[in-house]
Design a protein around this ligand. Structure first.
Ligand code: GAP
Length: 524
């Protein structure tokens, strides 16, 4: 059977809209850029992903507890955290197209292009040498590959230095030296590069001017830092322990393309792990491994996930790595793992004048803990999950090459609909009555859908396209005298196997297969 074809970006966004996963915000007014709404199936899938994250963190760890902090925080929070002064992106305009870009992203795209050429060379050689191909050896010896690798390394290093030094002139010079043109106009007439703060601000009702300026939080983490002692004291947690939170964050992104990959309003799932100073590398490695395993359990293959060390560290970090995912537009950041030292707690302590220290009852010492952070966007996880799940494949067991289907191979535990119930004949009242009875019962256990709006083959395809792992069909055998009376068929999305199951056994048959516990155990 030919390999499945994964959806390209255009197909993915169309599928998301047509099947009620994701809509453009305010579409009837031509949309608001970088804001999206989750439709009926989208919200179920997103909630399941968030539940998987939450339960992995909070339910499975007796030393990680939850929090739901407010979006608005005292404005001094953002001064202390460094966001007022340093949460900037380098902005550049193209004088001809009048389009606005992030200079660092233009340069990263240039690196991606060179990497594309390098990968092409490798793919060609793989084809030529077949099984005898030794990629490591080829990378070390082939002239073109070495040249491309050298170019990528040089540009990445120069970019990292310019970003760390906040050297806007150097970034502009790089655009010129690398002959980077505006992707829109193909021309290279760039303005100066300048810093642009990404925080959205608003005004507190009763205070005018700067005094009343409030920010929409650009990360959820600060709600955790300012509550560090509240949580520690109220839960009597001992270091090491973590605080987990899921919530909205807002960033005035300069470039906000790529669907839900980069939004101005998005959701983060962050966990701050408070540790003893000096142990950060041990925890950094532990959380890297834990988080990668968590992603793999969702069914994301090893070749679609990779670690990418940060070339330039954020103002708060002494080590940082991204887990990148191979999105339809290439490998990009999905999750960040950051060793944040005691930067945040110390800064809040200094600006608030309040002690944010931990008292170690064994050593009788007070100290400011270090923090290891894992931070993932729920929307990016949604996009990664959907992009790997959605594929076009030949219908299993059918030889006819024209018999293809769109199917979303989601892990059953996160599928928006777990069971679809359908009568084989919608004009046969006895069949419909049984099917509706099954729906009425199963909906207390699972997210279910009752569908009788088409022929059974069409209904199956519809459920395949949204990832429903099981379809229950009530047919003539269910109602007629004989050994199958009182049974229904349960169709498996992936194998298309049909099993006859007694109606009263349905919960026991389907339940363990869609249970989040299976996923949690695999991802732990
Ligand atoms: N507290 C650390 C922090 O916020 P980050 O790397 O800026 O670190 C963490 O963001 C994660 O949040 C990213 O890995 C990504 O998944 C998600 N994220 C960041 N900006 C986003 C945006 N504009 N749209 C969607 N997701 C975003």
């Amino acid at each position: 059977m030919p390999a499945p074809i994964f959806a390209d970006f255009k197909k993915l966004t169309a599928h998301a809209k047509d099947n009620g996963f994701v809509f453009q915000s305010s579409e009837i007014y031509d949309g608001l850029s970088a804001a999206y709404d989750y439709g009926p199936l989208g919200v179920l899938l997103k909630n399941n992903l968030k539940e998987y994250w939450w339960r992995s963190m909070v339910q499975l760890h007796d030393n990680i507890v939850g929090l739901d902090a407010s979006i608005f925080m005292h404005p001094k929070t953002w001064k202390a955290s460094g966001h007022v002064d340093a949460f900037n992106d380098p902005l550049v305009d193209n004088k001809i197209s009048k389009k606005r870009y992030r200079a660092d992203v233009l340069i990263e795209d240039h690196i991606d292009k060179v990497e594309g050429k390098l990968n092409k060379e490798i793919a060609k050689a793989k084809k030529r040498f077949g099984d005898a191909f030794d990629e490591t050896e080829y990378r070390a010896t082939n002239g073109n590959v070495k040249r491309y690798q050298g170019e990528m390394d040089d540009v990445a290093k120069r970019l990292a230095t310019a970003m760390t030094d906040e050297n806007m002139e150097e970034l502009r010079q790089m655009l010129v030296d690398l002959k980077i043109n505006d992707p829109e106009s193909g021309k290279a007439d760039w303005t100066d590069v300048r810093q642009f703060n990404l925080m959205f601000s608003t005004q507190l009702g009763n205070i005018a001017g700067e005094e009343g300026k409030l920010y929409l939080r650009p990360e959820t983490a600060q709600g955790i830092f300012v509550n560090f002692l509240n949580v520690q004291k109220s839960t009597r947690q001992k270091i090491p322990f973590g605080i987990a939170q899921i919530g909205k964050a807002f960033r005035n992104e300069i470039v906000a393309r790529q669907f839900i990959f980069r939004m101005r309003e998005f959701e983060q799932m962050e966990m701050q792990f408070f540790i003893q100073p000096g142990t950060q590398m041990e925890w950094y490695n532990k959380w890297k491994e834990t988080r990668m395993k968590w992603h793999r359990a969702l069914g994301h293959p090893a070749e679609k996930l990779r670690f990418h060390d940060h070339d330039n560290l954020a103002h708060y970090a002494d080590a940082a790595v991204d887990i990148q995912f191979d999105f339809p537009f290439g490998f990009k950041e999905l999750e960040g793992i950051h060793s944040r030292t005691d930067f945040d707690l110390t800064a809040h302590m200094e600006l608030s004048g309040k002690k944010l220290q931990y008292f170690d009852s064994e050593t009788k010492e007070n100290y400011v803990p270090y923090v290891l952070e894992t931070s993932i966007g729920a929307d990016r996880l949604f996009l990664a999950t959907m992009s790997h799940a959605l594929r076009t494949e030949m219908v299993p067991g059918q030889d006819d090459e024209n018999n293809v289907r769109d199917v979303m191979k989601l892990h059953p535990a996160i599928a928006p609909i777990k069971v679809a119930i359908m009568p084989l004949k919608r004009n046969k009242p006895e069949i419909v009555e049984v099917a509706k009875g099954i729906f009425d019962e199963l909906r207390f256990k699972f997210d279910c859908q009752y569908d009788d709006t088409g022929a059974i083959g069409k209904l199956y395809r519809r459920q395949d396209a949204v990832g429903t792992p099981f379809c229950v069909t009530v047919d003539f055998d269910t109602i007629e005298e004989g050994e199958n009376k009182g049974t229904v068929t349960v169709r498996d999305r992936d194998t298309l196997a049909q099993t006859r199951v007694r109606i009263e056994d349905l919960v026991g048959f389907i339940g363990p297969k869609v249970d989040m516990a299976v996923l949690l155990a695999a991802g732990e």
